[in-house]
Design a protein around this ligand. Structure first.
Ligand code: ATP
Length: 440
């Protein structure tokens, strides 16, 4: 498929224009790296999240959890985040710009040259900067009351795994899925919603018998790649990027990223990790509580190994927008070719004109269809303009009510991508759209 000419600037502008994503606190000049999701953005985000939830938990051995954002501070000592969740921060002594040392181009790093002002030898030595947001619990601002906003959702699953396993009567292998906010005080946030300080993760932690971990790691890596294809993302824009031995995180035995080719290059969309029994072992040690799993069939106790799939919800939304963007030069329109499953609004209903009772018929159709899926009524401007507005919003179907509707009870149904129009009776409309949504 040819390049769709999506640039970050075009996506940021479309997202604002159509109400997907707005800069946060905009009337106060905005807040760096913070974004708000508008009416279409929240629907799209919810549709991605729901699809993920269905794909991950509608299985016999995966259940859900919603753990608290604030957790006992010892959790983060046990997990290694207090000690290791740091980025190497360097400052430019001249222009005061800040960088992550590991993101500097090698030629700049060698000369300690600032990528911003170009001064040679102006970069300081790297300092370890912890990415966790610290705050205080209760009215006293002292170290004893210090608490962290969780930098990942995973730990909430680990500390609950025996609770969940017992009440759900699960046997290894089994998984626990969770979607929720995470916070990281990133040194270099940016690229719109790609890297922000507040974001949402969709994580599933899969508990397996040691020795079976490598097989399950391969299995979940494959499942997760399939997920993005099912979202409608072009295959040639997706790839695995396995971590080499020197790139592995302190807890991982094996890891692969799923990457997407963004306008700024190939970058991580999701991480799949074999975390071994690192986390459970540490929580056992720091809490003093046994986290051993009892396998009654084999009559043995062990600490399961964990395979983690960790995806960013906001980052996935960015990928969905970038990948769906299409400049249809033949018809001079911009289209968001969102998978119909993800489209925030499934159909727009337009009376050809407001008079002669056509508006009333269209309003009635809108109310009827609303019971099946989200739709929108639009009588503003020419039919062409109304459709082009919805093309940009990713609405897959358009329904026009015209004079013939009054005579024979039929309407036209327009397809966003092919522009094909068919005439069909009103009574068949909901069923036909539902059929198309199912097969898409
Ligand atoms: P990166 O190397 O991009 O900082 P990471 O390896 O630290 O990411 P993980 O800890 O594996 O990321 O997090 C899992 C997923 O959560 C990432 O693949 C990404 O989709 C999402 N994510 C992580 N950090 C951010 C962030 N600051 N903003 C938005 N999404 C994020």
């Amino acid at each position: 498929m040819p390049d769709n000419h999506a640039t970050m600037d075009k996506i940021v502008s479309l997202a604002k224009r159509r109400g997907f994503v707005f800069p946060s606190s905009e009337i106060y000049g905005g807040l760096n790296s913070c974004w708000d999701y508008g009416p279409l953005g929240i629907e799209l985000k919810k549709n991605i999240q729901d699809f993920w939830w269905r794909e991950m938990t509608y299985r016999p051995n995966v259940v859900g959890l919603d753990a608290s954002i604030l957790m006992a501070p010892r959790v983060w000592e046990a997990s290694g985040h207090v000690e290791n969740f740091t980025d190497p921060l360097v400052d430019c002594r001249v222009c005061k710009a800040r960088f992550r040392e590991d993101e500097l181009p090698p030629e700049k790093l060698e000369k300690r040259q600032c990528p911003n002002c170009g001064n040679l030898g102006s970069l300081t030595d790297a300092r370890k900067f912890n990415l966790m947001f610290k705050t205080f619990m209760g009215p006293v601002e002292e170290d004893a009351a210090a608490i962290y906003l969780r930098p990942e959702t995973a730990q909430g699953i680990y500390v609950n795994y025996l609770n969940v396993q017992t009440v759900s009567r699960l046997k290894v292998p089994f998984g626990i899925a969770q979607v929720g906010k995470a916070f990281r005080n990133e040194i270099t946030p940016g690229n719109f919603i790609f890297r922000t300080r507040e974001f949402e993760q969709m994580e599933m932690q899969f508990f397996v018998k040691p020795g079976e971990d490598e097989r399950w790691f391969e299995y979940w890596a494959g499942q997760r790649m399939d997920f993005y294809r099912k979202l409608g993302i072009r295959s040639e824009k997706l790839r695995f990027k396995p971590h080499g031995p020197d790139e592995l995180a302190h807890y991982a035995k094996a890891a692969t990223d799923i990457q997407y080719e963004f306008p700024f290059g190939w970058s991580e969309l999701e991480g799949v990790h074999n975390r071994t029994d690192f986390d459970l072992k540490r929580h056992q040690e720091y809490s003093g509580k046994s986290l051993l799993y009892f396998d009654d069939a084999a009559n043995e106790k062990f600490l399961p190994y964990i395979i983690e799939t960790s995806a960013g919800l906001n980052r996935t939304l960015l990928v969905v927008l970038l990948d769906a963007y299409w400049e249809d030069t033949e018809h001079e329109r911009v289209v968001l070719r969102l998978h119909p499953r993800l489209a925030p609004v499934k159909a727009v209903i337009c009376p050809l004109v407001k008079k002669d009772g056509l508006a009333e018929i269209a309003e009635k159709i809108t109310a009827d269809l609303q019971a099946h899926f989200p739709v929108l009524y639009d009588q503003q401007g020419s039919i062409g303009k109304r459709y082009y507005r919805q093309d940009e919003a990713g609405t897959p179907y358009g329904i026009t009510v015209d004079y013939q509707t009054k005579e024979d009870g039929t309407v036209t149904l327009r397809d966003r991508d092919t522009l094909e129009q068919v005439r069909l009776p009103l009574t068949a409309l909901a069923e036909e759209i539902e059929r198309r949504l199912r097969v898409a």
